[in-house]
Ligand binder design. Structure first.
Ligand code: XMP
Length: 513
């Protein structure tokens, strides 16, 4: 696949993937590389530009991440963001120190004044809000650099050496809080790096299909289809490329949301391929019977899934390729260390040892989630599948708190369907990152008609988030909550009380188990 490439050099900041997504949204393909990547490797990739990300360190500390200074001789434009800006300033002869007083240390939304003769700010307003998060200060900017933006507290919010194509901003253009931030990134790409804008999902689809055909030849491909966005788009892409050489095994574990299994099956009707739906509800429920501990549930479901898939794969016989819906965020090697594991997220993956195949293919390896969705649309998958919010591999098993029964699962399915429908009808579906109902194992007394009830409490969860690593509880309008509450207690037997979860992550997690 030939398209221009920009490299995002990762210094461990929290918005690094967001920067990469922004670049791609602007029609330029980019990859995230750790700052430790050898210079020769970067050179070989022939990028049209580099973006240095933010990071949690201070450049003047001895063990702070650095780059080979020869990177500035590559003849490639550089945009340094926050830490990246300070790193570039220091490497090119400037001086960065800890801000001495609060005036030079800036956090949050800051009014900023831009020099619009600078290519980075071309055709943009002279003032705007930018999102700052830095405790260090560029005491001296390097020779050859001019000051291109300032705030009340800071004379050098943006610096540039336009002859060499080096730009640095102390704020974060990639976050939504920065007004026109994406336009600034776009200016860097198109005005400074000379981008052609050759990264579109239509092109990607065509080249990916051709590449799959070439690789697979007359071979047979097997895919475990979970019904999630990634495996579904992977299935559609493969079906488009190799048709009946593809077999998709869809293990219906009975832990999906209302009607979801049928929806998945219906979505793949248009393609001539082998679609195998395995009804495994009974065996999953049997294995899970009496289990209350969340990590045990995850483990049992993960193992059972592999077992079912393995049995089906045996029936199919040897295949040449095992396909997986791995996406780019799964393969990015971060510039910083790994975070602690809070939950053992079970994904449909990790299957290879159990199945007879020659090679793995991962046709979505280069794509971010939003690009996977776009590709799904290009392929003609229905919107309900493509815009589906994240759904955990263990499904409703971790949304029914405590022990599981089919009855409880059905109750939750009905309540959850009402909740989701009301959110969509209220026009809130797009702005909330994830929303779902949880059947708690807490029962309480209620009064229904003339009688006493002693039924379950349903918890509603809705969060806004960009990366699911942190999240805030969504401020749902009271009228919407009221409608959901009224409908659920009236329409779903077994539930007589509704509560709304108002905790953010951290300290809570998004799911309850
Ligand atoms: P938490 O609950 O850890 O969830 O804040 C973060 C995101 O991950 C999803 N999640 C899972 N996904 N298997 C998955 O494939 C799991 O076991 C699992 N647990 C949580 C969760 O829905 C949210 O989007």
């Amino acid at each position: 696949m030939s398209h221009q490439l920009l490299i995002v050099l990762d210094f461990g900041g929290q918005y690094n993937q967001l920067i990469a997504r922004r670049v791609r949204e602007c029609g330029v393909y980019c990859e995230v590389k750790p700052y430790t990547t050898p210079l020769e490797e970067l050179q070989k990739m022939q990028p049209i530009g580099l973006i240095f990300t933010g990071g949690p360190n201070s450049v003047y500390l001895e063990d702070a991440p650095h780059v080979d200074p020869a990177i500035f001789q590559m003849g490639v434009p550089v945009l340094g963001i926050c830490y990246g800006c300070q790193l570039m300033a220091q490497a090119l002869g400037g001086r960065v120190t800890a801000a001495q007083d609060d005036t030079a240390r800036e956090y949050g939304k800051t009014e900023t004044f831009f020099d619009t003769s600078c290519k980075l700010f071309k055709n943009l307003p002279e003032r705007g809000v930018s999102w700052m998060s830095h405790g260090d200060y560029m005491e001296k900017v390097p020779d050859g650099f001019a000051l291109m933006a300032h705030s009340k507290a800071c004379p050098n919010v943006a610096i540039a050496d336009e002859t060499r194509g080096f730009y640095g901003v102390q704020y974060h253009p990639e976050v939504n809080h920065t007004e026109n931030g994406v336009a600034m990134i776009r200016n860097f790409l198109y005005e400074v790096c000379g981008a052609a804008g050759d990264w579109t999902m239509g092109d990607y689809k065509r080249t990916a299909i051709a590449a799959i055909r070439e690789k697979v030849g007359g071979g047979r491909v097997l895919l475990a289809l979970s019904g999630g966005v990634d495996s579904s788009v992977c299935a559609a892409l493969l079906a488009e490329a190799v048709g009946e050489q593809l077999t998709c095994v869809f293990v219906d574990h009975g832990l999906m949301r209302k009607d979801e299994g049928d929806e998945v099956e219906a979505a793949f009707q248009p393609w001539a391929m082998n679609f195998v739906r395995v009804d495994a509800e009974a065996r999953f429920l049997q294995k899970l019977s009496g289990v209350t501990e969340p990590e045990r549930k995850r483990k049992i479901i993960g193992e059972e899934f592999i077992r079912v898939f393995e049995e089906e794969a045996k029936k199919i016989g040897a295949v040449d390729f095992l396909a997986q819906g791995t996406i780019y965020p799964d393969v990015i090697e971060s510039g910083a260390g790994d975070a602690a594991v809070i939950k053992s997220h079970h994904n449909v993956g990790g299957l290879p040892e159990y199945v007879d195949f020659k090679e793995i293919i991962e046709p979505l390896r280069l794509l971010f989630k939003d690009e996977v969705r776009q590709l799904g649309r290009e392929l003609g998958l229905p919107e309900y599948l493509v815009s589906r919010q994240p759904f955990p591999g263990p499904g409703l098993a971790i949304r029914v708190i405590g022990d599981l029964t089919k009855e409880k699962l059905d109750t939750l399915r009905d309540a959850d369907a009402i909740y989701r429908q009301e959110i969509v009808d209220a026009g809130l579906g797009q702005e909330i990152g994830q929303y779902f109902a949880v059947l708690t194992n807490s029962r309480s007394v209620g009064v229904m008609g003339d009688g006493r009830s002693y039924d379950y409490t349903l918890a509603l969860r809705a969060v806004t988030t960009t990366d699911f690593m942190t999240a805030d509880w969504a401020r749902l309008p009271y009228e919407v909550l009221d409608r959901i509450s009224t409908r659920v207690v009236n329409e779903v037997p077994g539930i007589n009380r509704i509560v709304y979860d108002v905790t953010s992550k951290p300290p809570a997690t998004i799911e309850w188990e």
